[in-house]
Design a protein. Structure first.
Length: 582
């Protein structure tokens, strides 16, 4: 005998079922949905627009929409929804979803699909969307066709999807097949809040781990902390970060803090200046480390990883999310407690090793002096000078979003640790796609945040060409965004690879250099976009100041700077040589 649904499981039309789903997702903490227009997704799009407590934005394509949602979720600290039609539309979300998966960003990805009778029968815009994102999502929900699941199921499925994204710290995929008609048959359902969003759990510390790590630290003569990206996050307490810096300072334990760690912007003596470069002075300044405590993701600076591979030290990995950021395969111990709380508890009782910290501080100060001389001697406005300038002329209320190629490396290398601006980069996958769209998503949230000021995107020319749609989409939505683009006509990051010396110049240029011959003045005059070409540092600062003015006619300002990739490589090589010999 087949099971018959009882009264609470009456069949709904597709839009009504989607409204119950979206209301459940709202109750699970989702407040915004990014929509890419399409036909098969009509029930979901209409439902998102109808659901009280959810705001929507419509984006010109799925790739831009995906990264906009990523940026919004990063800045808001809560799940953001995505809606697209069937076919390859959802596949264009993959880069943003992969980044979200690696960076622990909650997304609820809703892909519309064709019903079972369309599958494998040659129906247009149809292919198997099951497992579309494979292992890049924390969970996949296969919804019944249209409204067949009824109201209670649809409501709780949305609640579960948003809650799972939050608790599992990553994207979930909801695949939903719809039959015609796609248009709503009923008035809005006006589904009232019924559930509570997942509670934020206070970081836990395992006392056994406190005891074990304390013993390692006390036994070591020269412990050091490597704070990689995401050591803290936008939702972490600044008090925890301050407590860690204070405890490390009192204990005499240096901290090498990545620009994406969330620890910079403080004046703690434990934070060593120019951490990406200071190890170049390892032999000259007799720097020591016999215990390396790694928190956060893999550091931006490759030279830092090469340094810890070269020394004989005990390696501790603090890994609360089970991500195993140990690219060198050197971890001897692993702890899973909250890193800030764990380290603070272990360091607080210690008040020794002042000589150890003093030697690292001195090396950082000498590194800063050499960098200052090198930057002052630059004959042109190059990328390092631009990165250092942005650090000086931004505040704690500003946000710098950097492309994952040279821009984030320049900020990591040349920003003084006390620089106040918060820095973000999509370093989960380290891709260059969607940088502008991510920045625009973050800026859209910041525009509604008290005290938040500028959002500045520092991006290379190739990455900007890759995301022209993101520029147009940001202007279309009236997002206030300043884009600073050093243009070396084809990307310069590959010039730092060993292949640059191993191959003849012609072969290298053919394989790795992609000259395009463009400036970005072709965007000037598009609605909401203003482009300027800067030739010197003072001019760049003036343009940055003007971009911050309230000019409703141009919300997106592009400041372009012509640079030379070969000169940049020579300058960096000269700097490293000076650090090792001066």
């Amino acid at each position: 005998m087949s099971e018959q649904p009882h009264g609470r499981h009456e069949t709904l039309d597709a839009t009504a079922a989607a409204e119950y789903f979206l209301a459940g997702a709202r109750d699970g903490g989702m407040e915004h949905v990014c929509i890419s227009p399409g036909s098969r997704s009509t029930p979901l799009a209409v439902a998102a627009l109808r659901t009280a407590g959810i705001t929507t934005s419509v984006h010109i394509d799925e790739r831009v929409g995906g990264f906009s949602a990523l940026g919004r979720a990063i800045e808001a600290g809560r799940p953001v929804g995505l809606i697209c039609t069937s076919g390859t539309a959802g596949a264009n979300y993959l880069p943003a979803i992969a980044e979200a998966a690696m960076s622990n960003v909650p997304l609820v990805v809703m892909t519309a699909d064709r019903p079972p009778e369309h599958q494998s029968w040659g129906v247009g815009q149809t292919f198997d969307q099951t497992g579309l994102f494979h292992r890049q999502v924390r969970h996949e929900f296969a919804m019944p066709v249209g409204g067949d699941g009824g109201a209670p199921f649809s409501h709780r499925a949305g609640w579960r999807a948003a809650t799972t994204a939050t608790e599992a710290h990553g994207p979930v995929h909801v695949n939903w097949p719809f039959r015609l008609p796609l248009e709503p048959a009923n008035d809005p359902q006006n589904v009232q809040p019924s559930f509570h969003p997942p509670a934020r759990v206070e970081p836990a510390v395992n006392q056994h781990e406190v005891d074990a790590l304390s013993q390692l630290i006390q036994r070591a003569q020269h412990p050091i902390i490597i704070a990689g990206p995401h050591t803290t996050s936008i939702t972490s307490s600044g008090l925890d970060a301050n407590r860690l810096c204070d405890a490390a300072s009192n204990a005499g334990v240096p901290i090498l803090a990545d620009v994406l760690s969330g620890l910079r912007g403080r004046t703690s003596p434990a934070l060593i200046e120019y951490p990406a470069l200071v190890t170049e002075r390892n032999e000259r300044d007799d720097l020591h480390a016999d215990l390396i405590i790694h928190v956060g993701h893999t550091p931006t600076a490759k030279r830092l990883r090469l340094w810890w591979e070269s020394i004989d030290a005990d390696h501790v990995l603090i890994d609360p999310k089970g991500e195993w950021h140990d690219p060198s395969h050197v971890a001897d111990h692993r702890f899973t407690s909250d890193p800030l709380a764990l380290l603070s508890a272990c360091l607080a009782p210690i008040t020794t090793r002042t000589d150890h910290l003093r030697s690292w501080v001195a090396a950082g100060e000498r590194t800063a002096e050499i960098c200052a001389v090198t930057l002052d001697a630059a004959t042109s406005l190059d990328e390092p000078a631009m990165a250092a300038t942005l650090g000086v002329h931004t505040t704690a209320n500003d946000l710098l979003v950097a492309s994952s190629s040279m821009p984030v490396r320049d900020l990591d290398t040349f920003l003084p640790v006390a620089s106040q601006a918060r820095v973000h980069a999509n370093r989960g996958i380290n891709g260059i796609d969607g940088v502008v769209a991510t920045a625009a998503g973050m800026a859209a949230v910041r525009q509604n945040t008290p005290d938040a000021t500028r959002t500045i995107c520092l991006i290379g020319d190739i990455a900007l060409l890759h995301d022209i749609g993101g520029v147009l989409d940001a202007a279309r939505h009236g997002v206030r965004l300043t884009i600073v683009v050093p243009n070396n006509d084809g990307g310069g990051i590959f010039s730092f690879l060993p292949a640059r010396d191993a191959l003849d110049e012609t072969t290298f240029d053919e394989l790795f250099h992609t000259p395009h011959g463009n400036t970005f003045d072709f965007l000037n005059g598009y609605p909401g976009i203003h482009h300027v070409l800067s030739t010197n540092l003072a001019e760049t600062l003036d343009y940055l100041a003007m971009a911050d003015e309230d000019d409703a006619a141009a919300t997106v300002t592009i400041i372009e700077i012509a640079t030379d990739a070969d000169a940049r490589v020579t300058s960096q090589q000269r700097l490293v040589s000076q650090l090792r010999t001066t």
